[in-house]
Design a binder for this molecule. Structure first.
Ligand code: SF4
Length: 56
C-alpha cells in the first residue's frame, strides 16, 4: 500500500510501490553520508533495502 506522504521513485528498493512513485512504509529514516551535508545528493534514505532479485 502506498504512503502518499512519501514520494519516491527508487524502483530498486523493496519498499517502493512499483506502479507508482511512492514508498510503502509508514515512515522512513533519512540521513547523510557526509560530515557537513550541503546539497540534496548528500542525503540518503536509510530505510532503503535492495529489492530481492533486483539488479543482477
Ligand atoms: S524505503 Fe526509502 S528508498 Fe525505499 S521506497 Fe521508501 S523512501 Fe524510497
Amino acid at each position: 500500500m502506498k504512503n502518499t506522504a512519501i514520494q519516491c521513485d527508487v524502483k530498486s528498493c523493496e519498499y517502493n510501490c512499483q506502479d507508482c512513485n511512492y514508498c510503502s512504509l509508514e515512515s522512513i529514516k533519512v540521513g547523510t553520508h557526509e560530515a557537513h551535508p550541503t546539497q540534496c545528493a548528500c542525503t540518503d534514505c536509510k530505510s532503503f533495502k535492495l529489492k530481492e532479485n533486483c539488479c543482477k
